[in-house]
Design a protein around this ligand. Structure first.
Ligand SMILES: C=C(O[C@@H]1C=C(C(=O)O)C=C[C@H]1O)C(=O)O
Length: 325
């Protein structure tokens, strides 16, 4: 049973983390000072064989959250089982039946990366052979570009959570969340700016497009916080656009108020928000419109602060953080 109380294999728990239900997660990226990833990745191929147990132990000691380790060879499995919360398998494991069985036998959830060029059927077949593991998550990270259509199809056909590599651009992270990815898979040393961009995509795009059924007050409040974050981005964008109109209209500001236009805005919104309806939306939009008009008047008095020519895009907040890091 999933945490929503519905049967299904979609939800996988990795340590304290739930993947497949609730918000999309951010995995990988360096630990920074700001909000970090939800889970750390550690690929052992980069580490000298003799040092691997110690490196895993050190990573475990320095990070309380989920640790996802990718073994390089079967000799790494004991240390992975001891220190990690999930085992990640790539091509060399998915194409070797004995290795895959050994990884699936660790008692850890598995993250199954699609091999470069592998078809949907081949990828799902590998996942099927991991059935002994306490959970399987698919991961679209072949190192050769990201196929979000395939990731989406795998999620629908496989009934398993799917992670997608978010590369290093905020645009790809947003596209991955929009395509339904249950998590964004970053390079293990992805810098803080990439982690922030991934978090922004999970928050803002997830609030708009991801189906969530929170079952606790805390989970519902988290979902409300994400929705409010998306609202804030949209309100800032709307105020900037309304400011443009004030400067272009023959009579701007409160003096040029257009009640008919405002009524049409509320009516159009009520079609998308029928439960709120015009009666409840009207006072909300009155406050929103008047805030925009006040802002436009303030900016007119201090033109140096006026950057309203360009409405900020949804990634603006993360981009701003990147610049200030
Ligand atoms: C932006 C305009 O100016 C005012 C502000 C509006 C708004 O914030 O949407 C709508 C109508 C006007 O009262 C406009 O005329 O379109």
């Amino acid at each position: 049973m999933s945490s929503t109380g519905q049967p299904g294999r979609r939800v996988v728990r990795i340590g304290s983390l739930t993947v497949g239900d609730g918000p999309a997660v951010v995995l990988g990226g360096a630990q920074g000072t700001g909000p970090g990833p939800d889970g750390l990745r550690l690929s052992l191929a980069r580490v000298t064989p003799g040092d691997r147990p110690a490196v895993l132990a050190k990573a475990r000691a320095s990070w309380e959250g989920p640790l996802l380790a990718e073994p390089a060879e079967p000799g790494d499995l004991a240390a992975v089982a001891e220190h990690a919360d999930a085992v990640v398998v790539g091509t060399e494991w998915t194409e070797d039946a004995a290795r895959l069985r050994a990884a699936a036998g660790l008692g850890l959830p598995m993250i199954v990366r699609r091999a470069p060029g592998a078809s949907l059927a081949a990828w799902l077949e590998v996942a099927g052979r991991c059935a002994g593991a306490p959970g399987v998550v698919l991961c679209e990270d072949t190192g050769q570009g990201v196929d979000l259509g395939l990731a989406r199809a795998a999620r629908e056909r496989g009934g398993l959570p799917v992670l997608a590599s978010a590369g290093d651009g905020a645009g790809l992270a947003a596209a991955a969340v929009a395509a339904g990815a249950d998590g964004l898979w970053l390079a293990e040393d992805a810098p803080a700016g990439q982690v922030a961009a991934a978090r922004e995509a999970v928050t803002v795009v997830g609030a708009l497009l991801r189906d969530e059924r929170p079952a606790t007050v805390a989970a519902a409040r988290d979902a409300i916080d994400r929705t409010d974050a998306a609202l804030a981005v949209l309100l800032e964008r709307r105020a900037a656009l309304a400011g443009v109109v004030q400067r272009l209209k023959p009579v701007g500001g409160f003096a040029g108020r257009d009640p008919e236009r405002e009524r049409r805005i509320v009516a159009a919104m009520a079609r998308r928000a029928p439960r709120l309806g015009e009666r409840r939306l009207a006072p909300i939009m009155k406050a929103v419109i008047e805030s925009g008009l006040h802002l436009a008047e303030e900016l007119k008095e201090t033109p140096g602060d006026n950057d309203g020519e360009h409405a900020p895009g949804p990634g603006a907040a993360a981009a701003g953080r990147r610049h200030h890091d």
